[in-house]
Design a protein around this ligand. Structure first.
Ligand code: NI
Length: 136
């Protein structure tokens, strides 16, 4: 089994808040990421897939194909968008890095399986200092 990781970057606006709570209550829970006027991050996404190397091709998945799937399923829906308002797979979810990583997993799992790749890890870095990893 070998692991292949592709890095993508995207810039998105978001706001972390729970419906039904006041702005003050949300600020208490989520801090400045709950600014009602939105704000953005330059996110880094690292997706790791695994598979058995094909003895003929020397790989199990073409890295360009992996890039294309990430772009089509995830990046175009997030980059230069407001993920709360514009990203279908984040609709109705609190826009935390945790929820984002789990939603990205859902978006990718089947598409990657069709290519013979097993999704291993979705890592979302919101800042240089904070990241989450989801293993399904
Ligand atoms: Ni934020």
């Amino acid at each position: 089994m070998i692991y292949l990781t592709r890095r993508e970057r995207f810039s998105s606006a978001h706001r972390m808040f729970r419906q039904g709570l006041s702005d003050e209550e949300n600020m208490k829970i989520y801090g400045k990421c709950s600014n009602p006027q939105w704000h953005g991050h330059n996110y880094v996404l690292k997706v790791t897939v695994k598979g058995e190397v094909d003895t003929v091709t020397g790989y199990f998945m073409n890295a360009t194909r992996l890039r294309d799937i990430l772009q089509e399923k995830v990046i175009v829906k997030l980059d230069h968008k407001n993920m709360n308002l514009e990203t279908d797979f984040m609709a109705g979810k609190v826009a935390t890095t945790e929820n984002l990583a789990m939603a990205i997993w859902q978006e990718l799992e089947d598409a990657l399986a069709k290519e013979g790749a097993i999704l291993h890890c979705v890592r979302v870095e919101e800042t240089e200092n904070n990241y989450v990893e989801y293993y399904g």
